[in-house]
Design a protein around this ligand. Structure first.
Ligand SMILES: [Zn+2]
Length: 264
């Protein structure tokens, strides 16, 4: 059987989701690891946490593919009394690679926002503001049509992604067009409504974002940043199709939930 190396995985992922498509402040790509190392067992996840690393060690995972970068802020010291440093040391000790695809994945085709639009079964999906750019890239979520009510859309997030806490501002609008940005996308509220949205869905909506939305009679759904855990589920078939001999598992939970390794 032909050996697969981390460099093969990196080549595949960066061809599909080029690193140059990431925003300027982002830091996707290789976080920890050796491109020359053979890969046999992959774990996909939204976040890399000490619990997740424990799960990876216990299950002989050699490569973690995460959405959120493991090393987002530059490391200035490796103080092994700190849990984050301990986690990084544990990854190195057990030869576990970590590779992240973040904002280069969000607007990918298919990427985060396509998968969320698909989850909601939106029709005639387009970019929210085609041609508009943030930080030099076209990165503005998706917009599509629905015949579902806000309550029916909330139920999809609760049933399919097991999201428990959802905040919403109804404003009595009849929902036909839905804009969606995974993660913290409150900056997209205004552009989405200016582009014809009746409802905007994202995570991490602050009090004052809701207040502005209420004043403008916008309907907004804050499904939490946790909605991006769809990444872990959707990456499994993408990697598995390219590398059928690998074992690929997903962590279906976010860092805010108790990690649990489950089969795809
Ligand atoms: Zn995120």
């Amino acid at each position: 059987m032909k050996k697969i190396f981390l460099s093969d995985i990196i080549k595949f992922l960066t061809k599909k989701y080029p690193l140059e498509n990431a925003t300027t402040w982002d830091h996707p790509g290789l976080q920890i690891g050796n491109p020359d190392q053979e890969v046999k067992k992959i774990l996909t996840t939204l976040d890399v946490t000490p619990q997740l690393v424990q799960t990876a060690v216990a299950n002989n995972i050699d490569t973690i593919i995460s959405h959120h970068p493991l090393i987002f802020h530059p490391i200035k010291t490796i103080d092994l009394s700190h849990p984050r440093s301990q986690m990084n040391a544990e990854l190195i000790k057990h030869n576990i690679n970590v590779f992240s695809i973040h904002t280069n994945f969000d607007d990918g085709e298919p990427g985060m926002n396509d998968f969320l639009a698909e989850l909601l079964n939106l029709k005639n999906v387009t970019k929210i503001c085609p041609g508009k750019t943030i930080n030099g890239i076209n990165y503005f979520g998706r917009m599509g049509e629905t015949n579902k009510s806000i309550n029916e859309l909330i139920k999809i997030f609760k049933d399919k992604l097991k999201i428990k806490m959802i905040k919403f501002l109804d404003n009595g609008r009849q929902i036909k067009k839905v804009g969606i940005i995974g993660g913290a996308g409150a900056s997209g509220i205004k552009p989405a409504f200016e582009s014809g949205a009746d409802l905007f869905i994202t995570g991490d909506v602050k009090y004052h974002d809701f207040l502005e939305a209420q004043i403008s009679h916008y309907a907004v759904l804050d499904v939490g940043h946790v909605v991006e855990k769809i990444f872990a589920l959707k990456m499994v078939p993408i990697i598995q199709q390219e590398f059928p001999t690998l074992t690929v598992k997903s962590n279906k939970l976010s860092a805010m939930e108790i990690p649990n390794l489950e089969d795809k």
